[in-house]
Ligand binder design. Sequence first.
Ligand SMILES: C[S@@+](CC[C@H](N)C(=O)[O-])C[C@H]1O[C@@H](n2cnc3c(N)ncnc32)[C@H](O)[C@@H]1O
Length: 780
Amino acid sequence: MAPGESDVFIPGEFAPHRPIFHIGYHNSERNAPPTDIQYGNLLNQGFNFVTTPLTNDHFRERVFRLVQDHLAILKDSGDDGSSNFTTPGADPILPPLTPQDTSVFPSAAVNTYTGYISPWIDPCSPNRIISSISRQVLNLEINYANFCGIRSLILPGPTRDASKDGGIQGLAQYSRAVQEALTIGSRLTFLVHMPMYREPLAGLEVRTLSSVLGATPPREAGKEIDLYTAWDSWNHIRSVCDYDMRLFVALRIPKVMPEMALQNRWFAEPLHYLTIGPESFQFNKPGYPSLSKHHQNMIFTYMRLKNTPWLLLSDLGSDGQGTSEQPDTKSHDQFPSLAEAGDKVVKRSASTNDYLSYVRWLEMQQTPLPALESNTLTSFQDWLQSPLQPLADNLESATYEVFEGDPVKYNQYEAACIEALSEWKELGKPTSKEGVVVIAVAGSGRGPLVTRALTAAEFTGVPVEVWAVEKNPNAYVYLLRQNEAIWGGRVKVVKTDMRAWKGPVLSESPETGPVYGKVDILISELLGSFADNELSPECLDGIQHVMAKPHGISIPSSYTAHLSPIATPKLYADILSRYPTESTAFDTPWVVRLFAIDFVSQRVPGHEQIQQAWEFVHPIPESTLKGIEARRSGGVVGGGGGSMAGAAGANDHNSRFCHLTFVCRTRGVVHGLAGYFESTLYESQLASAKGQKVEISTHPERIDDKSKDMISWFPIFFPLKQPLYFPADSELEVSMWRQTDDTKVWYEWLVEAWMWVGESNRIKVGSSALCTSRKVACLM
Ligand SMILES: C[S@@+](CC[C@H](N)C(=O)[O-])C[C@H]1O[C@@H](n2cnc3c(N)ncnc32)[C@H](O)[C@@H]1O
């Protein structure tokens, strides 16, 4: 169950608010950082941060000359720099920086700047001289930035992706250079500047060091573009860098928004900046800049992230150097859509302030965060929590208080009790005790379900006898006090493990001892984020013998677990960083409010995006109960072994297996499985209301229908030890097991990627290891 124990969710802390925009200023033409006056002006205008180049044109010219001179010497000896063989002459070494090469010097303001590495380097170049010098420039600038006290650096992204023009080699070189950068700037944060996708002829082409080799072929316009190459490159870089937590993306917003699937893909990545250049803007009739509705929606969505990306306005309007322009306070509610922005629009030259005031206006257009996105709840986004073990451990009062903060779950339980009691009366069902329906709340905690059962009885006018069974000795004290203070002594409180409870005591005398009766309605809430992961099936099996036969019912009557493969690079990085000190980090099914995730599969006929793994129904058949008893007492003839070594198999009926196929249209990477659950608390027994149910659900597509706004449970995440890359049009085959050896329960999971080659042939293109939570199993 979630939220966790350390952070207490405070209901009512719901002051409506919008995400705040943190806006930066970047001018790629700059040769030096802003002066103090310029910086002050930018801050006064409403910017929150600025970028600075680290070196200047003097340095650039020096480096270009060095490369040109060296290539000329090589040419004379018949080497063009593309050979990988050892050459007679040593490759050039960059001389150190001189005061003429940079205008950045340590100062109070410099600490707050974001450094932009020279965009003219080309570590991807197939020419070894150019890639080597590019790496040297990179390292030199990182070192110098570090010396000056700069904390964040933007790295111009790779100039080419893997697919062609020596791109694979180039990307390997680039990724290796970034890995080195992380070592050199060991306390710096790095942002790789990536386009969302490679737009044909988008933006300004920077004249890189490679230009000394001669003209590069122009990019072909009009050809069908592969939307995922830029993401692929990013995935390559961060994989080589082992998902370093100091490596982020500065994502360039395109001119034309791509399909949602690609937007969702980037949503899951560690976005630090969204950079917006002139190409993304359109102009309204009076000539003011605006963004299309698609751009706006994408920004609004990304701003819902816990770590809201910062917006970097790049090359927008005049430099702002020394200006005292004030933000424009005019209304922007007439900004047109992309379609509306026609040629007729008057193009006045927009100033930096026009763009800034537009983005500030956009900030106010965000719909206020709903109550469920309060600060407290937002802080749970993608935050890993170890699952609770309410059976093996005794929960603290604060944890119960967190559960009790969510009324939705209790409302649904109360509705289920009302239905059950009303139908009891309507159907004239027998009761196990004269004149009263006997209810037991198994695992009562601090008693909220007891209160709801009593309320339901009052509401329906059905007389009840209520028992509260709880094994936590501390919660038992609380229950006794509740009985005195709140329930007027109407509840019989028992401190015991429900599996050892003999049932409600009907009468007791010295001669006969206690005489035990039965329970008509057994209420429990022993569900975890994956339904059965807090051992509800095992506990309910153990108490089933007290249920009246055949009419006794369980609330819940059933529950199902659901799965979907997801990309969640941030969680993967988090788990990887824990692994050195927490050896079971990859074996743990984590409870987590999954947020920055991408469902990598698509819903297609016959294959849902989130699929059911298995189901548990209560009560279980009598014959199964008898079988358990026989196995436990060694009465089974034959091998005598359960499916696990050394086990009698007494809990084997609670093991499960599923094999699910998920269809992926685009290529991607999977980091693990997201798990959800649904439960039917009560299903109508009236012929006239057949199929009517009271349910709860955390299934993202169904929660709103079944238990809207329920936050009692966060999803569960089953991690893979290694990210699994898969090509477009693959199928992810997921095998999942619920395993048991009679003393504990754990899960095992395996993900394989398969691809069709021809009409009837599939080949395996990758597989995860067989993962298991056996080392952190739930103890029965
Ligand atoms: C998830 S909490 C629910 C508490 C409460 N019913 C509620 O909804 O707020 C589960 C409770 O069941 C108790 N519990 C778990 N296994 C039990 C068992 N075998 N016998 C008795 N109580 C058990 C735990 O101590 C805990 O109080």
